[in-house]
Structure formats: structure tokens, C-alpha cells
Design a protein around this ligand. Structure first.
Ligand SMILES: [Zn+2]
Length: 49
């Protein structure tokens, strides 16, 4: 199981979305909303301590 790269929410296998950037970095998103927030708006992911 992975966590959303933006909001940190758990993503079940088979759901969510994986994005591989040109740099080779892999992002996982629970929803397209999180994807847009991170990739388009370039907001920093919320850090969960
Ligand atoms: Zn998310």
C-alpha cells in the first residue's frame, strides 16, 4: 500500500493514480484533485509528522 504524495491518504492497490515524472520521481495520488494540486499548482505536499 502507498500513500498519496499530496495529502498522505492511504491508497488501496488498484485505485488512485501513479505518475512518473521525467526526473524519475514517482508520485502517487488518491484522486485527480491531489494530482492537480501537486503538479499544476505546485503546492508542497502536506507533511504528516
Ligand atoms: Zn490525496
Amino acid at each position: 500500500m502507498v500513500n498519496c504524495s499530496f495529502c498522505g491518504k492511504k491508497i488501496e492497490r488498484g485505485s488512485g493514480k501513479m505518475v512518473v515524472k521525467n526526473s524519475g520521481k514517482i508520485f502517487y495520488f488518491c484522486s485527480s484533485k491531489c494530482e492537480k494540486n501537486l503538479l499544476k499548482l505546485k503546492r508542497a505536499p502536506k507533511k504528516l509528522s
